[in-house]
Design a protein around this ligand. Structure first.
Ligand SMILES: CC(C)(COP(=O)(O)OP(=O)(O)OC[C@H]1O[C@@H](n2cnc3c(N)ncnc32)[C@H](O)[C@@H]1OP(=O)(O)O)[C@@H](O)C(=O)NCCC(=O)NCCS
Length: 233
């Protein structure tokens, strides 16, 4: 499913059940401290198996994906990618850095957010947008789509900039007709190919009880109105 949201230069692999415990690769082991429970170990392991399956699809040797100090994945030289896990779903997407500057994916169960979380991750204008969407298209938990899209924005933004981006540091809009989203950055964005990015676009889907969101920034990104936009292809 997630593959449909990504350009063909990105390879994705998905698992809906966890693999038997073969232990992490030595270079990945540091991310799993003794404080990590069995559930965390399972999701970590299976998601990395997805990453290696995606590397094989891409035609590159499968390799370990250690974590950086803030939990960010450290991809092998020449590759970039993203990983996500939620109940019953693990996925990884990997691409060559010759093809994309950044790829980001996120999966959430398609269920309502608590009122407290929904408020925490949105501003008033976004809540009005969500109310309109809910009026026109009932049956979709729009606040969860927006939440997932924001996490995808962070997973694209942070590796490119090394900086934090809070939930209120971008304004999201969701298009129900095209299944795309747009995130206007309220913090300075990454500079890619010499051009500052002030907006990301991505794709979303609600399928089989899941919300899926994805962003990919091709190396030859398009220039829109004098600014470069992260564009889902
Ligand atoms: C990091 C974060 C986005 C992860 O999202 P999540 O829904 O909690 O969890 P997911 O299962 O989808 O993703 C977890 C994976 O994200 C990846 N990840 C973690 N930090 C990351 C970072 N800084 N950059 C890119 N990917 C990151 C890791 O691969 C992690 O899996 P792993 O620990 O097994 O390797 C989230 O925990 C977070 O910190 N959000 C706050 C920042 C934010 O979303 N801002 C909104 C800006 S508009």
């Amino acid at each position: 499913m997630i593959q449909r949201l990504l350009p063909p230069t990105v390879a994705a692999a998905v698992a809906t059940a966890d693999a038997p415990d073969t232990g992490p690769l030595p270079e990945e082991a540091a991310a799993l401290t003794s404080a990590c429970g069995e559930r965390r170990r399972r999701e970590f392991r299976t998601t990395r198996l997805c990453a290696r399956a995606a590397m094989v699809k891409l035609g590159v040797p499968p390799a370990g994906v250690p974590s950086g100090p803030k939990g960010e994945p450290r991809w092998p030289a020449g590759l970039t990618g993203s990983m996500t896990h939620c109940d019953g779903y693990r996925a990884a997407a990997v691409s060559r850095t010759d093809d994309v500057h950044a790829v980001a994916i996120d999966a959430e169960r398609h269920a309502p957010l608590t009122a407290e979380l929904a408020r925490h991750v949105t501003v008033a204008a976004e809540r009005e947008h969500l109310a309109e969407l809910a009026g026109d298209h009932p049956g979709v938990h729009w606040e969860t789509v927006l939440f997932s899209a924001k996490e995808t924005v962070y997973k694209a933004f942070n590796p490119l900039t090394g900086r934090w981006l809070g939930f209120r540091d971008a304004r999201l809009s969701l298009d129900p007709a095209t299944h795309t989203f747009r995130a206007r950055l309220l913090q300075p964005g990454p500079v890619v190919e010499g051009v500052g990015i002030d907006e990301f676009t991505g794709r979303w889907a609600v399928e089989e009880g899941l919300v899926l969101t994805a962003i990919a920034l091709p190396v030859t990104a398009g220039v829109t109105a004098g600014r470069r936009v992260l564009q889902a292809v």
